[in-house]
Design a protein around this ligand. Structure first.
Ligand code: ADP
Ligand code: MG
Length: 228
């Protein structure tokens, strides 16, 4: 593992204007090195999804800096950001968000339709390898409705990894699963973090999942605090 930060938030603030102005992040700082696994924990409503959306460039900070490999992401155009997200970041959410009318195979290849990170044959090879890795080789032709909750989330994980991103962002990835499937998905996340050398940031209120990560930070009063 190198100690160069892959992604860094510096003095980032984010609020949601409205009748009740909500100041969610207040000059928050976070630096995550290449290959690290980090859990962000905090109570419901503390801003965990907000911070993950900022890290994934799905939303922009009001102020402060967001850098990736030293590059200030807040300076990129919408088009540049879309390509950046597609090629560098994998997302896993609490809900699988698989397309119901598409098979597992079609779903996991979807990101490669928008932007080809590698040749189609290499992408298909990777899809087979990842589906085997998560135990879905026998489910490639299934529709999401024909899968268990854990299997759907494992398919979503393959889709997140298909483009060989450098950063995997997971928002409550085990939140909708039963206990056994949750620990299976948690274990896969950290194993793939190591095997693929992919940096992992997961937001969760599950102590079990957080404990699997290399480091835990707590979101409190709009700031991220290292958990000893
Ligand atoms: P968490 O994921 O920790 O539960 P969120 O980041 O989703 O928290 O939300 C933090 C707070 O900001 C919540 O009080 C929520 O209601 C509010 N919030 C989230 N997104 C928006 C939005 N787009 N507009 C207004 N308020 C929002
Ligand atoms: Mg949330």
């Amino acid at each position: 593992m190198s100690f160069e930060p892959l992604i860094e938030l510096r003095g980032v603030s984010k609020s949601y204007p409205g009748v009740q102005h909500l100041s969610i992040l207040r000059e928050a700082n976070l630096s995550v090195a290449c290959g690290e696994s980090v859990a962000i924990v905090g109570p419901s409503g503390s801003g965990k999804t907000t911070i993950l959306n900022l890290l994934g460039t799905l939303d922009l900070p009001d102020s402060g800096q967001l850098t990736f490999n030293g590059q200030d992401l807040t300076k990129l155009s919408a088009r540049e950001l879309a390509k950046f997200r597609n090629s560098q970041i994998g997302f896993v959410f609490q809900q699988h968000h698989l397309l119901p009318q598409c098979s597992v195979w079609e779903n996991v290849l979807l990101p490669s339709l928008a932007y080809q990170a590698q040749s189609p044959s290499k992408t298909e090879e990777r899809a087979h390898q990842l589906l085997r890795r998560v135990g879905l080789s026998e489910r490639v032709d299934h529709l999401p409705s024909q899968l268990s909750g854990g299997e759907r989330q494992r398919a979503a994980l393959v889709r997140a990894l298909i483009q060989k991103p450098s950063l995997l962002l997971a928002d409550e990835p085990t939140g909708a699963l039963d206990r056994a499937s949750a620990s299976e998905v948690g274990r896969l996340l950290v194993e793939l973090n190591k095997e693929e050398g992919i940096t992992l940031i997961t937001v969760t209120h599950s102590n079990e999942l957080a404990a699997l990560m290399g480091r835990i930070v707590t979101l409190s009063d709009g700031k991220l605090i290292a958990t000893p």
